[in-house]
Design a protein around this ligand. Sequence first.
Ligand code: AQP
Length: 346
Amino acid sequence: MSEPVQTPQTFPTRIFSGIQPSGGLTLGNYLGALKRFVQKQDEGIETIYCLVDMHAITVWQDPAKLRQQTREAAAGFIAAGIDPVRSILFNQSQVSAHVELAWIFNTVARMGWMSRMTQFKDKAGKNSENVSLGLFAYPALMAADILAYKATHVPVGEDQKQHIELTRDIAAKFNNDYGVNFFPITEPVIEGAATRVMSLRDGTKKMSKSDPSDQSRINLTDDADTIAKKFRKAKTDSEPLPSALDGLKDRPDARNLVNIYAALADMTPQAVIAEYAGAQFGTFKPALADLAVAKLSPITTKMSDLMQDPAEIDRILGEGAARADAIARPIVDQVYDIIGMIRSRH
Ligand code: AQP
């Protein structure tokens, strides 16, 4: 019988995060996640970014579209500033350590913990008997994505906070059950003015790539005219912008547009309000549209250039997967050892 593996008490800083290629990337994905992924990379931290295609199939995906969306998301990452040399960029299904560890975590996580996940409740709605088992188990796979790399920090939008808390619970229970200090207790990194970008049609609902209304979101593939039109038609009230942020407390649609402006301009929402105090939406919306076009169109153009060469995108993902596997494989092999699995095949 092998002894439990003893590991160091501290874990080097390592960032992991992912995005589902379950549709085109949205402004929410960009401001809540992607833009910050680039900042972390540029701070010189070790960064591992994953297109989580195994998560995407928890809701049925057309195979040809899934392939296209995965390549498009990879192009979006690179166009937004992810350098596949300085960061590791790959798609999840190419590194089997994720699903292997996820199965082990299915045996660590408790039914009660999983049943409290609000994203599952939101996505399953009244249809919980008919959604996939994978959708229910999704957060255990997410914990595996993170912990297969012993990632210490995960930049995410506000909506993923509960899943990171579950990841921490799984890591702590695993460490405790097996008497080891093997997994770090990962920190979520939720920062900036746009940790929760809301729908342009309903300021109380998250902007989402799977929302049936295309008007509800800005896609990273939208052209300048479409972006301008969508902001012009964005739901607002008829009041001018107030002179202090407090005045937006009960105005979710207006608050959303101010937050988007702030995040795009790298300003605080307070500074935006100070600049536009008293302005009507007839003035603010075109300014926001111009800013969004200025920030997003270089990304859109680069994305479409990169999409001309899908073989090159596949090559980048393959290379990233090999680098990811080199980190995750030994970690998952150690997990097998810790839990008592015989590993005698050579
Ligand atoms: N509206 C948002 N505001 C801020 N951050 C957001 N994120 C997603 N939407 C917003 C962040 O983007 C990262 C990747 O998310 P995901 O694609 O893995 O899953 P999701 O959160 O379920 O995103 P969607 O767009 O709503 O996808 P669908 O419609 O397929 O479920 C995460 O860090 C997330 O916080």
